[in-house]
Design a protein around this ligand. Structure first.
Ligand SMILES: [Zn+2]
Length: 274
């Protein structure tokens, strides 16, 4: 197994669908010397998300799952999203910090959830470069490969970027204190996929009894931006699921709704009339 990812191939007849779960990794590298307790650092994870979508390969989709924690290095950030406040020396490459870096959650996170510093030291640029080479690049290469194979085979590819979100935005979020919808779909304001895909997913999720918001508060970040090129018949949609639907946000243990969410995500078809 690769240190960075697991690729789950279709079990049956392949379809033109690729899923990826970039933030559900639970394997903490030995050199991740975070200062706060592991329990706080793990609040950054999208714990359980790859397992919630685990039926996708049996329906013909390919699922790419990160093994490393996103607080260590975040695959959903660009390589230029560098936080110089975290570095002990000069960064050798281009720097274009996004709003995420201003919030302390850029390519390599400076802050844990709630604003607690993640490290008791600054990181050497070489350490960050090693994380990119060992984890960020292999993850992206695996996803690029799966998406490009699908596009070559079918002439089009539909990609779902799978995430989870806290039920309420914290002080550093764009929506502090506000209760979120059950599902938030992100297509970067209609630019990363055909509008029909966003609509179809929204209809399906509502038909199953969940509330849905689109691009509020999450529009999608680096991965859907990179893979969403509708004019090339490459469609990429981010799906955020509210954690309290299926887990305890503090202990990370599965909750009473876990089986329901998992079985809903395994449904092949839905009827708008049901
Ligand atoms: Zn996520």
């Amino acid at each position: 197994m690769h240190a960075a990812f697991v690729r789950h191939d279709p079990a049956g007849t392949p379809i033109a669908l690729v899923l990826d779960s970039p933030h559900s990794g639970e394997w903490y590298p030995d050199d991740f010397d975070h200062a706060p307790p592991r329990g706080l650092v793990r609040q950054a994870e999208d714990t359980h998300v790859a397992r919630l979508w685990q039926a996708a390969p049996s329906l013909g989709a390919t699922l790419i799952e990160a093994r490393f924690p996103r607080a260590y290095i975040d695959p959903n950030r660009s390589l230029a999203d560098i936080d110089t406040e975290l570095l002990a020396d000069a960064w050798p490459g281009p720097i274009a910090p996004s709003r995420k870096t201003e919030q302390g959650i850029g390519l390599v996170w400076r802050l844990a959830r709630g604003g607690t510093p993640l490290y008791a030291r600054r990181l050497a640029s070489a350490e960050v470069q090693a994380r990119i080479d060992r984890f960020w690049r292999p993850y992206h290469d695996a996803l690029d490969t799966a998406v490009n194979e699908c596009h070559a085979t079918f002439g089009g590819v539909w990609h779902i970027n799978c995430h989870s979100m806290p039920a309420v935005g914290d002080a550093l979020a764009d929506d502090p204190g506000r209760e979120r919808a059950d599902f938030v779909l992100g297509d970067r304001d209609g630019t990363t996929c055909d509008a029909a895909l966003t609509q179809r997913v929204a209809d399906a999720v509502r038909a199953m009894g969940y509330s849905v918001a689109v691009n509020d508060p999450y529009k999608g970040v680096e991965i859907v931006r990179k893979h969403g090129r509708p004019h090339e018949n490459r469609h990429s949609l981010q799906i955020e699921i509210k954690r309290t639907l299926y887990m305890d946000e503090h202990t990370l243990d599965p909750g009473a709704g876990y089986a329901r969410v998992q079985s809903d995500l395994a449904r092949r078809e839905y009827s708008p009339d049901q």
